[in-house]
Write a protein that binds this ligand. Structure first.
Ligand code: ADP
Ligand code: MG
Length: 357
């Protein structure tokens, strides 16, 4: 293998009959990285993960682990741990027996099994529950058993397919932090599938954003959020205001963009754009500011407040401006805005992000 990736998907395609699920996909994953595959339901995340786990085979292309092509290596010989969304625990076995199972499969001695099971039970804080059956555990505890079972044989890679999907919000957020801490402690490579963008932003070193079997962008959470490269990524990651326009002038790092309502705005220019080019301008809700008059910002939209939603520490304000239904996040301590009030929405050129159309 010519680069030093830990895992490499090389020109992978997957067809079910005539239906293309994934086409010509390349993805390199570094050793010790926490990478999330993020995308809507049906975008091919599980399919890709199962090819790495060995439960599916690629129609075309090669999956590499270290310098080994995995195509002909059965799943149990891949040294990869898998955690499924539905836990897939054996109901008739105790917690300890469930966790011991992968070691028995690998012919590990009884003494070593006991030692390793005890160690991993401590890691996921389930030592007191080891004699229980899965049905006697809460969802969160069952999930930790599944995690322990994937960790116990000390695999070099752990795959997780929406492992927190069945948990309520509070437990889910706790488990996100627990899994992150475990990753940092063990230094194992983790490939984590989720459709939840907040979860991917919280947990990952890098995120690969999936859309219809393609990777739209792969980058750090911050880069994905601040510099989305496509309309799909801009809309899928967090809320945003996406405005269509055409570049009418370029000046240093700024562009003048003419909008459908004939208004012009100044925005930070993307690299290699030119005059007359059609673009989207993305403005995050927290970058829009409500004021009572024009003047404070580079761009202003006189408008009215259509709706206000209380979200605890801030307000989500919906504005009505010709075709643009802007949303604005507003500090609660700000002026008491009311529905129907006339306001000016202002934003700076530097707080815009430009995407080619
Ligand atoms: P995700 O995990 O992103 O939700 P999947 O990888 O499960 O997406 O599925 C991607 C697409 O492949 C979907 O359209 C799904 O219907 C299809 N698919 C998955 N498994 C099979 C299968 N065994 N046979 C036919 N189509 C499948
Ligand atoms: Mg899936």
């Amino acid at each position: 293998m010519e680069n030093n990736a830990h895992i490499r998907f090389d020109n992978i395609s997957k067809f079910y009959g005539d239906v293309k699920i994934i086409e010509d996909l390349d993805l390199n994953i570094k050793k010790g990285e926490f990478i999330s595959l993020l995308g809507p339901s049906g975008s091919g995340k599980t399919t890709l993960l199962m090819m790495l786990a060995g439960f599916e085979s690629a129609t075309k292309g090669t999956v590499w682990l270290n310098d080994k092509a995995l195509n002909d290596i059965p799943s149990y010989k891949r040294n990869i741990g898998v955690v499924f969304q539905n836990y897939a625990l054996f109901p008739h076995m105790t917690v300890a027996q469930n966790i011991a199972f992968p070691l028995q499969m690998r012919g590990v001695s009884k003494a070593e099994i006991n030692e390793k099971v005890e160690k991993v039970l401590g890691m996921v804080q389930l030592a007191a529950m080891k004699e229980r059956k899965p049905a006697q555990l809460s969802g969160g505890q069952q999930q930790r058993v599944a995690l322990a079972r994937a960790l116990v044989f000390e695999p070099e890679v752990i795959l997780m397919d929406e492992p927190l999907g069945a948990l309520d919000k509070q437990l889910r957020e706790q488990m996100q932090l627990d899994i992150r801490a475990l990753h940092q402690r063990l230094g194992v490579t983790i490939v984590f599938v989720t459709h939840d963008q907040e979860e991917a932003l919280t947990m990952s070193d890098r995120i690969a954003v999936f859309n219809k079997g393609n990777i739209e962008q792969i980058a750090s959470p911050r880069e994905i959020y601040d510099r989305p490269q496509t309309k799909f990524v801009a809309e899928f990651i967090g809320a945003t205001n996406l405005i269509e326009g055409k570049i009418t002038a370029l000046q240093a790092d700024k562009a003048q963009v003419l909008l459908a309502n004939k208004q012009s705005i100044w925005v930070q220019a993307a690299k290699d754009v030119s005059v007359n080019e059609d673009v989207y301008v993305s403005v995050r809700p927290e970058k829009l500011h409500l004021t009572q008059q024009s003047g404070a910002y580079d761009n202003h939209f006189p408008t009215t407040i259509k709706d206000i939603v209380y979200l605890g520490n801030h307000l989500r304000v919906q504005l009505d401006e010709n075709a643009h239904h802007f949303i604005v996040n507003q500090d609660r301590k700000a002026v008491e805005w009311t529905k129907g009030a006339a306001v000016v929405a202002g934003f700076n050129a530097a707080d815009c992000w430009m995407i080619k159309r």
